[in-house]
Design a protein around this ligand. Structure first.
Ligand SMILES: Cc1cc2nc3c(=O)[nH]c(=O)nc-3n(C[C@H](O)[C@H](O)[C@H](O)COP(=O)(O)OP(=O)(O)OC[C@H]3O[C@@H](n4cnc5c(N)ncnc54)[C@H](O)[C@@H]3O)c2cc1C
Length: 424
């Protein structure tokens, strides 16, 4: 069936109905806009799955709001009583014990000799300018802290050589601590970080998507439809179903994908990333911990992190998410991976006699982009060219960066204001 939008010109064509695309649409909702989304439902990476009474997201999606306006905007459109505010309880699984996260601030919880090694190495560090993420870690924290946690953990997460990442690859999400802070913290522990508390809707991250959908007209969101080509000269987008003329195009698809839609040349290796295989696992009874999530630096465990939904939303059956970082070209054998995960969960005493009664998996690809100087430079140059053509690439993958959903919303709101102002 041909829709009434065929060949019509829209002021704003938005590609992707994830947090970024929907946030942008919320600010231009009185204008002539259209959203094209390839999936059968909106939400992007913030979708929620419900199975046998378990509520799971694509992966642990918790919300560390720093901007009250954004928090209020969302909560006004939600059932507030179904949103929990939680004081974070996150730990590191280290040699069959748990130590508080972040590692570098909690070395006093290590066995005495290991604590001493960490301190000795911290006193020895020479502050030279790091050329990579790996060098930043060694330069700032010394050998012991780096090799006990920071390097193995991040190698598992990013699935790449950390020497290929920029020193600021994780931006504000990397909990930095000076020697003075580490020593002060040993004497007076206070685990504040960018995400000391978080909020979470009991019915999953998708509730935030419903809030963003609340004021939008459903006929302006074309689901199950993929943009496949863009002609920037004639400002025309081609989907698998129709042709759409636009004045401005807002894209939240991964940046390299946008470049290929517009036939802009680029080298694939300049935009590398990992993928994350996520298992959501539902058990018949509770586990034996009150943690919200646990980091696993040891490579003998397949996953880099697991989290307990049941401890966050207070349920009486253990409900876990398990995250495995992989190279994008690595084959995924779901059955083999699940069996390894269950074994490793037993090895780490996360499961004892609980029985698995429901499961789900998803591959997030891309998941963590590999940020380095070269990719950032190319991104900025291409972005400038695209802006001149009326194309704006936003979001975590459109912007090829590490950020949170709150950052996505702020960026989309700011861009809409800027573009509306430019047309007045
Ligand atoms: C493992 C993991 C854990 C995370 N945990 C958190 C967390 O705890 N807290 C937090 O704040 N953030 C978290 N994030 C980040 C968060 O998921 C993202 O910031 C956010 O979901 C990005 O939204 P987006 O709209 O920019 O992109 P996306 O959600 O990727 O949306 C893009 C949309 O574009 C659509 N699309 C793609 N190609 C096409 C096409 N050709 N045509 C039409 N549509 C198309 C996609 O289907 C998708 O719906 C996490 C990310 C990962 C990978």
């Amino acid at each position: 069936m041909r829709s009434s939008f065929d060949m019509k010109e829209v002021d704003y064509l938005i590609i992707g109905a994830g947090v970024s695309g929907l946030s942008f649409a919320n600010k231009v909702k009185t204008k002539n806009y259209l959203i094209v989304e390839k999936d059968p439902e909106a939400g992007g990476y913030c979708k929620t799955i419900k199975k046998q009474g378990f509520v799971w997201d694509y992966s642990g999606h918790f919300f560390h709001f720093q901007n009250n306006k954004i928090k209020t905007f969302l909560l006004k459109r939600m059932d507030k009583s179904a949103v929990v505010n939680v004081l974070k309880n996150s730990v590191i699984h280290y040699k069959h014990n748990y130590i508080d996260f972040p590692f570098q601030k909690n070395i006093h919880q290590l066995p005495k000799s290991e604590y001493q090694d960490c301190l000795n190495d911290l006193y020895k560090i020479k502050k030279t300018k790091p050329r990579s993420f790996k060098e930043m870690v060694y330069n700032n924290y010394g050998r012991s802290i780096s090799e006990k946690f920071l390097i193995p953990y991040n190698e598992k997460l990013y699935a790449c050589d950390l020497d290929t990442l920029d020193q600021n690859a994780m931006g504000r999400f990397f909990p930095q601590a000076s020697l003075k802070e580490i020593l002060k913290h040993s004497a007076n522990p206070n685990n504040t970080s960018y995400n000391t508390t978080f909020t979470y809707p009991k019915n999953g991250a998708m509730q935030y998507i419903h809030a963003l959908l609340k004021d939008l007209k459903s006929e302006r969101i074309l689901l199950n439809e993929s943009v496949i080509k863009i002609d920037p000269k004639t400002k025309t987008a081609y989907t698998n179903k129709r042709t759409i003329k636009y004045k401005r195009l807002i894209s939240s698809v991964p940046f390299p994908k946008l470049l290929s839609f517009t036939s802009m040349p680029f080298t694939k290796k300049d935009f590398s990333s990992n993928k994350v295989l996520v298992f959501n696992l539902g058990f018949d009874s509770k586990g034996n911990s009150e943690h919200h999530w646990v980091y696993f630096p040891n490579k003998k465990y397949r996953f880099y992190r697991i989290g307990y939904y049941d401890n966050i939303i207070q349920k009486n059956r253990m409900s876990l998410y398990v995250e495995i970082g992989m190279r994008t070209n690595e084959k995924v054998n779901v059955d083999k991976e699940l069996s390894r995960v269950l074994n490793d969960l037993k090895k780490a005493s996360i499961i004892t006699d609980q029985k698995l009664i429901a499961s789900h998996h998803v591959v997030m690809d891309p998941a963590y982009v590999h940020i380095n100087k070269a990719s950032q430079k190319i991104f900025l140059t291409k972005q400038k060219t695209l802006h001149k053509l009326g194309i704006y690439s936003i979001g975590r993958y459109g912007g090829w960066k590490y950020c949170s959903i709150e950052d996505n919303i702020i960026e989309a709101f700011d861009l809409s204001k800027k573009l509306i102002r430019a047309t007045i």
